[in-house]
Design a binder for this molecule. Structure first.
Ligand code: SF4
Length: 435
């Protein structure tokens, strides 16, 4: 099998890993033109400073010895199998990099032979790229559960980021769906990396301490393959952020690829809205100082699919509102729906010099059509401040009136949206229009 065939198989097999997304472009070079685009293997991801970078995203092998129910590469599936040699992956990375297709490598693998055999090949790729070819681009390596600490240590020295996927959000479900795996073998590399990273960051290793996993570690959870609640998923994520100091937890809505009586039917649609709400809740934990048990609790174990989790929290806690932006502390301003981190910082820094006006709030990026129900401001009509959740909820859910216009058949008259912001309310919509 030639390298191009292997690339087609092993880049397609890597698409279920959501740590980065595939660009999917396919374009042939025009006659005597330069450059073409091929969906195989190139994906986009984002660096911490917001840049979009392209990575070669592939598996080293899809010939797995395990039989996890949810996985397209499980051993019982009759699919084309391929395995790269480390040299093939190194050559592909260097050639793609020289042609400016990519800025780095995302290398994962099924378990071939044993966890140590697989991990040794992954590490060899990263080590040779760094030491023999002096490759300075980004490298993300998967860690294989069950691999030895010596190999994990080398992975930490040569990769920027590593990840080991927890896959299923409870040990009970993991045992049911992937009987050859267990939580202990997944947690072992995470804990090892977390401890080594602390040692290396504290400079305790020696005078010339190398950089150990500078981009930290991440994991991925499949959502919807088993019956865990969102509260269980967020509890697990919060533990990863606190104890294993993970940089990111990714959620992947379950895509049915196998007919298996342990799993939802093949016709089940991936739970994309739920996945989106989980990412919003994750964002609240990482940037808005929310604890997981504030977002959900035993009475509300699942996220509201119709409302973002921050608005959901605000509606469950009317006792905290309205918030006076002129005097409230930063943490409380952050909790107002419609106010983001940047806007909250601007509010806190500018209110020292002047009273904050509604026009200024808009310029700071505050979404007033949401925030107005939760803040005190002298220019907001008094009726809006008489906050009660049953009234606010339908207004936050009101569908947008925007409409995509047809380029070639424009409507004869354009129905412009009415300036009133409360379409359905009959008990005081006049009071709710702001600005
Ligand atoms: S070990 Fe990984 S690649 Fe192998 S079947 Fe399980 S999930 Fe798939």
């Amino acid at each position: 099998m030639d390298v191009r065939e292997k690339l087609n198989i092993l880049s397609a097999a890597a698409k279920y890993d959501v740590s980065c997304t595939s660009s999917g472009s396919r374009r042939s070079a025009p006659p005597r033109g330069l450059g073409d685009a091929c969906p195989a293997g190139i994906c986009h991801t984002w660096s911490s400073d917001g840049r979009c970078v392209s990575l070669l995203k592939i598996l080293l092998s899809n010939a797995c010895k395990y039989d996890c129910a949810y996985c397209a590469n499980r051993r019982s599936n009759d699919i084309p199998r391929a395995t790269f040699t480390p040299k093939e992956v190194i050559d592909l990375t260097l050639e793609f990099y020289r042609r400016n297709y990519i800025e780095g490598l995302f290398l994962s693998s099924a378990v071939v032979g044993s966890p140590d055999t697989t991990m040794e090949r992954l590490v060899r790729v990263a080590k040779e790229l760094r030491r023999v070819h002096r490759f300075g681009g980004y490298i993300h390596l998967k860690s294989i559960p069950g691999a030895s600490e010596a190999l994990l240590h080398e992975a930490g020295l040569y990769a920027d980021r590593t990840s080991v996927n927890i896959e299923v959000p409870s040990e009970r479900s993991l045992t049911y769906l992937a009987p050859e795996k267990n939580y202990a073998s997944v947690y072992a590399p995470m804990n090892y990396f977390a401890e080594r990273k602390i040692e290396y960051s504290a400079g305790r290793i020696g005078r010339y301490t190398p950089n150990f996993l500078p981009a930290g570690q991440s994991t991925q959870m499949i959502v919807g393959a088993s019956g865990e609640s969102d509260l269980q998923i967020l509890t697990l994520s919060a533990g990863f952020y606190k104890q294993q100091r993970l940089k990111r937890v990714y959620f992947s809505g379950y895509v049915p690829v196998n007919a298996d009586k342990r799993l939802p039917a093949l016709t089940t649609k991936p739970p994309l809205v739920r996945e989106h709400r989980l990412y919003q809740a994750d964002w609240l934990m990482r940037f808005y100082k929310f604890d997981y048990d504030e977002i959900l609790d035993a009475k509300h174990p699942n996220l509201d699919l119709n409302l973002d989790p921050k608005a959901g929290w605000a509606l469950r806690h009317p006792e905290f509102f309205p918030v006076d932006l002129q005097t409230a502390d930063y943490e409380m301003i952050l909790r107002v729906p419609g106010i983001g981190v940047k806007s909250a910082q601007l509010i806190v820094s500018s209110r020292r010099y002047c009273k904050i006006r509604l026009e200024t709030l808009k310029k700071m990026g505050v979404v007033l059509k949401r925030a107005k129900y939760f803040i005190y401001h002298p220019d907001i009509p008094a009726g809006v401040r008489q906050f009660y959740p049953e009234m606010i909820r339908p207004l936050l859910l009101a569908p947008a009136k925007s409409q995509q216009l047809d380029l070639f058949n424009p409507p004869t008259t354009l129905a412009l949206p009415s300036p009133t912001l409360a379409p359905a309310a009959t008990t005081g919509p006049q009071l709710l229009a702001v600005g």
